[in-house]
Design a protein around this ligand. Structure first.
Ligand code: UD1
Length: 419
C-alpha cells in the first residue's frame, strides 16, 4: 500500500505549473466518440481518471496513440461495440458521458452505473430526463444504464437543478440530433465552455455555453483532423492558492485562467491573503495567520464545492470561528474527522461545519476519503508540525498529476513510499 509521508511545517514557496482540467478532460475524451475521424488532444492531465477514460474508449474500438505524457491522438473511425466495459465504467463518475456521446453517434449504448467519489447521493435523473426529451428510451437496472434511440430530435429542456454532468451529457447527445436543442438552467462551469469549444472546433454548432441557456443546433457530422488543448484546471490552481494560504507561503501559480478563480481570490483576500493577478498566472501569499470567514459552496461562479476541503484546512488554522455551508453535496465533510485527528476543532452536522480556528495542527496518520479531501490532507500535513502519513492515495491520483513532486518543488518535505 502506498502512502505519503509529510514532515512539516513548511511555508510553500516557489512556482507551480497547472495541468489541464480533469473535469474537462474526462468529458472531452468521450466527446471524441462523436467524431468519425482522428483528432489530437493536448494539455491532458496525466491522471488515473484520464487513463481509465482512454481504456474505455479503446474497449469501444478507438485507437489511441500517446504523443507525450500530456497529449494523445485518437482515432474513433472504428467504434465496434455499443457495450462499454461495465467494470471500468462503474469505477468513475464521468463514464456517464459515454451515454450522451454514443447515443448521438450510435443510437444505442450500455454502461455500468457510474462510480466516483462518495459525496452522498449522486442521482442522474436530469441526464435521463434530457435523453428522454430528445427521444431516447433509457433503462436502469442490474448495475447498468442502457439507452436507445431510433433518432434524436432537438427540443427545449429545463434542468430542475444546476448539474454540470447533465448539462454536458445533454449537450453531447444533442450535437448530432435533428434540429435545435435548448438547455435552460444550464451549469456554467469553465469545463462546460471547454467541452463546447472542443465540439465547435470539430464542427458542432453550440452557442451560449458559460451562460444558463445553451443552444445546440444539430449538425450532420463532426470532422476530425484538429488539435485541441484542454483548459487549465481551475480546481488544481485553487488547491495551490489555498496551500499558499494555509502554509503561510508564497506561490506563483502558472498556466491558469485567473477569471475562473475569482470566487477563490475574493475569499483569500477576505481572510488576509494577497493575490496578484497576471491574467494567466497568480501569485498568492499569506504572511500571517489567516482570519475567519463564512463560505457557502455554489455552482460556478460561486465558491466551488471541489475546493471546500482545501479551504477547510485554511479555516482550521484561522483566527476566529468560521462556518462552511456545503451547497452541492450531502456528505462532503468526511475529511473533517481526519483534520480533527491533527488537532483541528471542527463540528460538522449535515451540510454545515463550524471551524474553531487553532494556531497549529499536529502530524497524524490520516485517510483520504475522496479526491479533494486527499488534496486537503496534503496541505494540512505540510502546514502541520511533525509527521503526517496520508493513506488511500488512489483517490488523489484520480485527479492530480505528480502532486507530491509539485509540493516538493515548493519546498514540502514529502515522500511517497510503498509499505
Ligand atoms: C461535477 C464534478 C465534481 C463536482 C460537481 C459540482 C465532474 C466529473 N465532476 O460532478 O467534481 O463536485 O460537478 O461542481 O465534472 N444532481 C441531481 N440529478 C442529476 C445530476 C445531479 O440531483 O441528474 C445533483 C447532485 O446530486 C448534486 C448537484 O446536482 O447535488 C450537482 O451535481 P452535478 O453538477 O451533476 O455534479 P457532477 O457532474 O456529478
Amino acid at each position: 500500500m502506498e502512502k505519503l509521508i509529510i514532515t512539516g511545517p513548511t511555508p510553500l514557496k516557489g512556482e507551480v505549473t497547472i495541468n489541464g482540467a480533469k473535469n474537462a478532460a474526462v468529458a472531452i475524451l468521450p466527446a471524441t466518440l462523436l467524431i468519425d475521424g482522428i483528432c489530437t488532444i493536448d494539455n491532458l492531465p496525466n491522471i488515473s481518471d484520464v487513463q481509465l477514460s482512454c481504456k474505455i474508449l479503446e474497449k469501444l474500438g478507438a485507437k489511441i496513440t500517446w504523443n507525450n505524457k500530456n497529449s494523445i491522438t485518437i482515432d474513433t473511425r472504428n467504434i465496434t461495440t455499443y457495450k462499454a466495459p461495465l467494470d471500468l465504467t462503474s469505477k468513475f463518475r464521468a463514464s456517464y458521458y459515454i451515454l450522451g456521446s454514443m447515443l448521438s453517434r450510435n443510437g444505442e449504448i450500455e454502461v455500468g452505473m457510474p462510480g466516483g467519489c462518495k459525496l452522498g447521493a449522486r442521482p442522474i435523473d436530469q441526464h435521463i430526463k434530457g435523453f428522454e426529451s430528445l427521444g431516447a428510451k433509457v433503462t436502469v437496472g442490474n448495475g447498468t444504464i442502457y439507452a436507445k434511440a431510433k433518432k434524436l430530435t432537438g427540443t427545449s429542456i429545463y434542468m430542475d437543478i444546476v448539474s454540470v454532468g447533465a448539462t454536458i451529457n445533454v449537450m453531447l447527445a444533442a450535437v448530432l440530433a435533428n434540429g435545435t436543442t435548448t438547455i435552460e438552467n444550464a451549469a456554467k462551469e469553465p469545463h462546460i465552455v471547454d467541452v463546447a469549444n472542443f465540439l465547435n472546433t470539430m464542427g458542432a454548432d453550440i452557442r451560449g455555453a458559460g451562460t444558463d441557456v445553451i443552444k445546440i443546433n444539430g449538425v450532420k457530422k463532426l470532422h476530425g483532423n484538429t488539435t485541441y488543448s484542454v483548459v487549465p484546471d481551475q480546481i488544481e490552481a485553487g488547491t495551490f492558492m489555498l496551500a499558499a494560504v494555509a502554509t503561510k507561503g508564497d506561490i506563483l501559480i502558472k498556466n491558469c485562467i485567473t477569471k475562473h478563480l475569482e470566487s477563490i481570490t475574493a475569499k483569500i483576500v477576505e481572510i488576509g491573503g494577497t493575490v496578484e493577478d497576471y491574467g494567466d498566472s497568480l501569485r498568492v501569499s499569506c504572511k500571517k495567520r489567516p482570519t475567519k470567514a463564512n463560505i457557502k459552496t455554489l455552482p460556478y461562479p460561486g465558491f466551488p464545492t471541489d475546493l471546500q476541503p482545501q479551504m477547510g484546512v485554511a479555516l482550521s488554522l484561522a483566527e476566529g470561528t468560521s462556518i462552511i455551508n456545503e451547497g452541492i453535496w450531502e456528505s462532503r465533510f468526511q475529511y473533517t474527522e481526519e483534520l480533527i485527528k491533527m488537532g483541528a476543532k471542527i463540528t460538522a452536522h449535515g451540510k454545515t461545519a463550524i471551524f474553531e480556528g487553532v494556531d497549529k495542527l499536529s502530524g497524524a496518520p490520516v485517510y483520504s476519503t475522496d479526491l479533494r479531501a486527499g488534496a486537503a490532507l496534503i496541505i494540512a500535513g505540510t502546514a502541520a508540525t511533525g509527521t503526517t502519513e496520508v493513506y488511500n492515495l488512489e483517490h488523489i491520483d484520480r485527479g492530480y498529476e505528480n502532486i507530491e513532486e509539485k509540493f516538493r518543488n515548493l519546498g514540502a518535505k514529502i515522500e511517497r513510499v510503498n509499505e
